[in-house]
Design a binder for this molecule. Structure first.
Ligand code: CS2
Length: 481
């Protein structure tokens, strides 16, 4: 294999004047490769004081300390098939971890008069929602409401931090969700308001009046770092960067233009501020993420390790394209000026990037949180309009097979999901139609309408059976006929 051609961008802006104006919660690989790259690009384009404080709420305390030791500088490597562009990011001014620095330090940061925006990448389950509302039965939520001086959920931390701002007589701030949920800002607002209402109805009213929760669509494929990707980065840099990440060259950020105060000029970095993000969110969630999930479950069952391995198989490639164009696109109200055929061609090209090695099992995680918006919402529309959805049926049935933890070639499939205990119990005591019905009874995933639809249930049962008899590749090939 030839060595990648590396180009390198160093930090050239003056970092000494950066103040803590953005707090990022959930500082993992995606935040580094997406939000922080936009932020870094802003700082390259405009002399500004918009520095970022970053936090992780649970594990990863050691990673933040490593970042402190590197003067908060880290590398993002943008990889295409034969190129690697290295960018040094200088936007971070401080790290915070509630266990290391104390819960009160985190709250004090939210109540810092300099703070204007909190960005969130806390994953779908981080919002602690059930049916669009804060899940009052979630043990972490119950605990956060009970404990006066602590919180472990992002929602509890936000509400308690905002209370300090209210008490201090400070202005409201903007809380910007960057997770793959439709209407992510609206859902986040709902969860924070419902939590605040329990603490003090007056706080809830203050947040409603003073704070803003714009929706946003984020896009950049960022696989989890592995030993091999660390080594690749080290070879390109000439030294290790334990804080570095590798991702694809493409990046997109569409943000609802609704801010409580100052707005960072992320548009200078290529972000779009728009009045309505919904068409962008749905397009990305259904075309990109929906086909990602399709490939993740069916690919993993067929023994394919990465998304680019799936793209190397003409059956999977054709199916991904057909799922996008024939099943998902017709359910969309597309943003103005989008050519869906070009958008899906570009997705296939991005999925085919062999440098990424994006694991099917990584994307397969948290299916109970992802399926509703990626596949089940479009299926509901097909059921209403009487249109066909054979590939989406295989994706849902593929998820069910995946949840048994074994691939078709006998390999172990890791199940990371808040409902994994239920899946295991169902798989131990049932198979076939009974097992499918057990999974369909999970109302947080399927609601009550889908299990009540004879059409839906029988198509999922048939797809599940086909996968068992013929395997993923043959079942997909049959669905393409
Ligand atoms: C993926 C996403 O893991 C997953 O569920 O579908 O992380 C995907 O790579 C990003 O949304 C791309 O922007």
């Amino acid at each position: 294999m030839s060595e990648p051609i590396s180009t390198q961008l160093h930090v050239t802006y003056d970092r000494s004047g950066l103040r803590p104006r953005v707090l990022h919660v959930g500082f993992g690989a995606f935040a580094k490769a997406h939000v922080m790259v936009f932020h870094d690009e802003l700082l390259r384009n405009e002399s500004s004081d918009w520095g970022a404080v970053v936090t992780r709420l649970h594990s990863g305390e050691g990673e933040l300390t490593l970042l402190d030791q590197a003067d908060h500088l880290f590398t993002v490597g943008e990889m295409s098939n034969d190129d690697l562009m290295l960018r040094e990011i200088g936007a971070v001014v401080k790290t915070l971890h509630p266990k290391r620095d104390g819960f009160s330090a985190l709250l004090a940061q939210i109540a810092d008069p300099d703070l204007s925006v909190i960005t969130l990448t806390i994953t779908e389950k981080g919002y602690c929602l059930s049916g669009g509302h804060l899940d009052m039965n979630n043990p972490a939520v119950v605990r956060d409401l009970r404990e006066a001086d602590d919180a472990e959920t992002a929602i509890g931390i936000l509400a308690k931090g905002l209370r300090l701002r209210q008490v201090a007589g400070l202005g409201g701030i903007t809380i910007l969700s960057c997770d793959n949920l439709p209407a992510n800002g609206t859902l986040c607002r709902q969860a924070v308001l419902e939590f605040a209402e329990q603490l003090d109805p007056d706080l809830s009213r203050w947040i409603e009046a003073e704070c803003r929760f714009p929706c946003s669509m984020v896009d950049r494929i960022t696989p989890a770092m592995t030993e091999a990707s660390q080594q690749k980065l080290e070879a390109a840099l000439g030294h290790p960067d334990p804080n570095g990440v590798l991702c694809e060259p493409f990046r997109q950020w569409v943000i609802e233009d609704s801010f409580a105060g100052d707005r960072p000029a992320w548009d200078l970095a290529g972000a779009q501020f728009v009045a309505d993000v919904a068409p962008f969110e749905d397009m990305k969630l259904r075309l990109l993420n929906g086909s990602h999930s399709f490939l993740a479950y069916l690919g993993a069952l067929a023994g394919k390790e990465t998304i680019s391995d799936c793209m190397a198989d003409p059956v999977f490639l054709t199916a991904a394209k057909r799922l996008m164009l024939d099943e998902q696109a017709p359910t969309l109200d597309l943003p103005d000026g989008i050519d869906v055929s070009r958008y899906s061609d570009a997705l296939i090209e991005r999925f085919s990037n062999t440098a990424l090695r994006h694991k099917t099992t990584q994307i397969a995680s948290d299916g109970s949180q992802k399926l509703p918006q990626r596949l089940l919402a479009p299926i509901r529309q097909h059921l209403q309009s009487g249109t066909e959805w054979p590939l989406a049926a295989l994706a849902v049935a593929g998820w069910m097979r995946y949840c048994r933890g074994r691939s078709e070639i006998g390999g172990h499939l890791p199940i990371n999901d808040p409902l994994s205990g239920k899946f295991e119990a169902f798989a131990t005591r049932s198979d076939g139609a009974d097992y499918v019905n057990n999974l369909l009874s999970l109302a947080v995933v399927f609601g009550t309408d889908l299990p009540a639809s004879r059409d839906f249930v029988s198509r999922i049962q048939t797809a599940y059976e086909a996968l068992g008899v013929n395997g993923a590749a043959k079942s997909i090939a049959a669905a393409l006929q």
